[in-house]
Write a protein that binds this ligand. Structure first.
Ligand code: ADP
Length: 496
């Protein structure tokens, strides 16, 4: 029986896990780096332990220290959250070798699905459609030329050990191939310590559709329908929703079945997500499997009413799934906006500082998962995700209206956030139509931005946020400085 969980993470996901522990009557033990000493996750956990300096390699990624601490404080399980050590199979092995419970899948499943070419091979063998391309890593330029001319340009060059969009390159014609392979290999070597790359056909204007699965250690598998995550900038998601409004029922049935087949193919247990690209004919292709909880899991929770983090803990505890597939329904439409500390106005550069004012949205259909509070320090050391505003309604229109109200109520000062950008997206006709694809930000936002933007001239171009504000039809929702405030203009506001 799990009695105490060490949470090997920080920020909003650590807080989310602490809440699940509390509901289950489990003691939560947070870890923190020196710079995080005032962080919310440290304050809300039952216990909190300093693990090291700000650099992640010396704190949140320090395997030896984390395992030593878990034993010292008599934790019986470790929850990795997402990012950091969550998909590190060596970490999982070490935890289990110490007799501790890892709240996630087996090290073998993680290792297998973390290798993108091996994962593609396994999917193919199980009749799950993969994007046409190479099955094994590229051996030579000649082979690359041959494959590319077979699948047809444009193609995507990807790292075997890839993640976070690194080592990924679009190639439009053969003359770009040699140079692109060299660059992608060197980027992959630097980011992942493995230079292997492979080729996929570039899918024009696809949607990013992913399926949430849950599986226990007794061979029971469930899906919790799909999420649509096509609003992305540089392959990183900004707004997600569930369900996808454009997917046809027969395609939904097929894609959810493919996700279950994928999970079974790698003997998966715990919560996992199978990502697909879906083209304009609604043909879908396996992209990758994320063997952990996802940032966007709350939209599935608000759509279905299932608490995924509690399910993760129960599965790790050896319990059987009590839910049956027929219990899982699309009850609501849900949306999530990721609130990042970044300056849209300054080429999306990270914004750092201390949170000097923080007022959260509330009311019907709004949930906020956050890692920050008044006085929290937002530093360059970690991911700039501050919080997530999640809304739900009986239908998409209601969920969007609630999200707009929620973002309108959200006040944050001390760092600059992307809330104005989220507001702009929620007003965009293409977004509202549901017909958007992964090129949405590139196609809809970038043309609004002066050319200077693209040349990294961070302080010379016009104020993009004011362009976005001008586009907002509803005057009530016009951007007030407080949404995007720097320290100075908030103080001005407060004096008014
Ligand atoms: P990573 O693991 O680095 O995040 P993924 O394989 O999950 O990489 O792809 C991330 C994003 O890149 C996708 O959501 C999609 O926007 C884009 N992408 C990936 N592969 C292709 C492809 N073959 N064609 C078009 N876009 C792609």
């Amino acid at each position: 029986m799990i009695k105490k969980i060490l949470i090997a993470n920080r920020g909003e996901i650590a807080v989310r896990i602490i809440k699940a522990c509390r509901e289950l009557g489990i003691t939560s033990a947070a870890i923190y780096s020196e710079i995080d000493k005032n962080s919310l996750h440290v304050r809300v956990a039952d216990e909190a332990y300093l693990i090291g300096p700000a650099q992640a390699s010396e704190s949140y990624l320090n395997v030896d220290k984390i395992i030593e601490l878990a034993k010292e404080i008599n934790a019986d399980a470790v929850h990795p959250g997402y990012g950091f050590l969550s998909e590190n199979s060596e970490f999982i092995k070490r935890i289990r070798d110490e007799g501790l419970v890892f709240i996630g899948p087996s090290a073998e499943s993680v290792l297998l699905m973390g290798d993108k070419t091996e994962a593609r091979k396994l999917m193919k063998a199980n009749n799950i459609p993969v994007v046409p391309g190479t099955v094994d890593p590229l051996q030579s330029l000649e082979q690359a030329k041959k494959v590319c001319s077979e699948v047809g340009y444009p193609v995507m060059l990807k790292a075997k050990a890839g993640g976070g969009g690194k080592g990924m390159r679009k190639i439009d014609s053969e003359d770009q191939l040699a140079d692109a392979i060299e660059r992608a290999q060197s980027e992959a070597q630097k980011a992942f310590g493995n230079a292997d790359v492979y080729i996929e056909k570039y899918i024009e204007s696809p949607k990013h559709i992913e399926v949430q699965v849950l599986a226990d250690q007794h061979g029971n598998y469930l899906h919790l329908f799909e999420r649509e995550c096509s609003v992305q900038r540089r392959h990183q998601k900004i707004i997600e929703e569930a369900p996808s409004i454009s997917i046809k029922d027969e395609v939904r049935n097929k894609i959810t079945q493919a996700a279950i087949d994928a999970a079974k193919a790698c003997d998966y247990y715990n919560a996992g997500t199978i990502e697909f690209l879906m083209d304009s004919n609604q043909s879908f292709y396996f992209l990758e499997m994320n063997t952990r909880i996802q940032v966007e899991h709350p939209v599935t929770e608000l759509m279905t009413g299932v608490d995924l983090v509690k399910e993760q803990i129960k599965i790790a505890n050896g319990e059987k799934l009590t839910l049956k597939q027929d219990d899982i329904k699309i009850n609501n439409h849900a949306l999530e906006c990721r609130v990042y500390a970044e300056d849209t106005d300054s080429n999306f550069s990270p914004s750092t500082g201390r949170i000097i004012h923080h007022r959260l949205p509330s009311g019907p259909g709004i949930r906020v998962d956050r890692g920050i509070d008044l006085q929290s320090e937002v530093s360059v050391y970690y991911d700039p995700l501050l919080s997530k505003v999640i809304s739900y309604g009986r239908d998409r229109t209601e969920a969007i209206k609630r999200m707009k109200r929620g973002l309108g109520e959200y006040q944050i000062a001390g760092v600059i956030t992307n809330i104005p950008l989220c507001n702009w997206i929620l007003e965009n006709k293409l977004f509202l139509s549901g017909e958007y694809d992964i090129n949405f930000i590139e196609k809809e936002l970038m043309p609004l931005i002066p050319n200077k933007w693209k040349s990294n001239a961070t302080h010379e171009y016009e104020n993009v946020v004011s362009i976005l504000a001008a586009l907002l039809k509803d005057k009530e929702n016009e951007l007030k400085p407080v949404y995007n405030c720097s320290k100075t203009n908030w103080i001005e506001n407060e004096n008014e």
